[in-house]
Design a protein around this ligand. Structure first.
Ligand code: SF4
Length: 221
């Protein structure tokens, strides 16, 4: 397990639950706006031992409700199902952040998780423009279909970077509404200095209404 870091307490990463977030190293995609670029490469040199993570979690039993597996792309870890089992045995709820790069591995962990934050990047046919990987949209669509068909609670969110056209954003949300998604969020992008990168869609009430009317829950953040 290549763990890049752990945050001890957060209320943002698993809505409604006080959580610990475990950040795993490695991601096959190269999104231009990635906020965790230092976690993209698979490197074991600076990884925290998994036993240390479990030890930290043990000290949080009774105070923290959930553990969120994040990254990078946590499904890049071959042994993620066993790691989730380790954490579940301590009584934590399990959250997973994923972009859907590994549909087969997502199928293995869905029975183990309680909630998924699923990131979409673009209209699926145009994922390459953001990720730089030709098949990424196909993989994400397969993963999202699997998630929708499961009984696992989830939120689909899109981080809006400068290069995304407003109509492409609306079309992406129309597409996932047609797939059956009910809960979504539109997120502002931040640069490497944590400054918000403004996008015109956040002040376009007509387009925001066009998105929000298609879902049971729509958040801006
Ligand atoms: S999928 Fe996520 S972790 Fe991977 S490069 Fe894109 S934003 Fe970064």
């Amino acid at each position: 397990m290549l763990v890049g870091g752990v945050t001890g307490l957060t209320t943002l990463d698993y809505p409604g639950f006080l959580s610990v977030v475990i950040f795993f190293r490695g991601c096959p995609w190269r999104c231009s706006y990635c906020h965790n670029k230092h976690l993209q490469a698979v490197s074991s040199s600076e990884s925290l031992p998994w036993e240390d993570v479990l030890h930290l979690l043990k000290t949080r039993v009774g105070f923290i409700e959930a553990a969120v597996f994040s990254g990078g792309e946590p499904l890049q870890q071959m042994h993620l199902p066993a790691a989730i089992e380790d954490v579940k045995r301590m009584g934590f709820r399990i959250g997973l952040h994923t972009s859907g790069a590994f549909p087969e591995r997502l199928a293995l962990v869905l029975p183990l998780v309680d909630w998924v934050g699923f990131d979409i990047k673009h209209e699926f046919e145009n994922y390459y423009d953001i990720t730089g990987i030709p098949e990424s949209g196909f993989l994400a669509q397969r993963s999202l279909n699997m998630l929708i068909s499961s009984n696992v609670k989830y939120e689909v969110r899109m981080t809006v970077c400068e290069s995304l056209d407003s109509l492409a954003i609306v079309n992406a949300f129309k597409g996932i509404a047609a797939q059956g998604v009910k809960t979504v969020a539109l997120q502002k992008c931040r640069d490497e200095n944590e400054n918000i990168v403004e996008h015109p869609i956040f002040s376009d009430k007509v387009l925001l209404e066009d998105i929000s009317k298609r879902f049971e829950s729509f958040s801006l953040r």
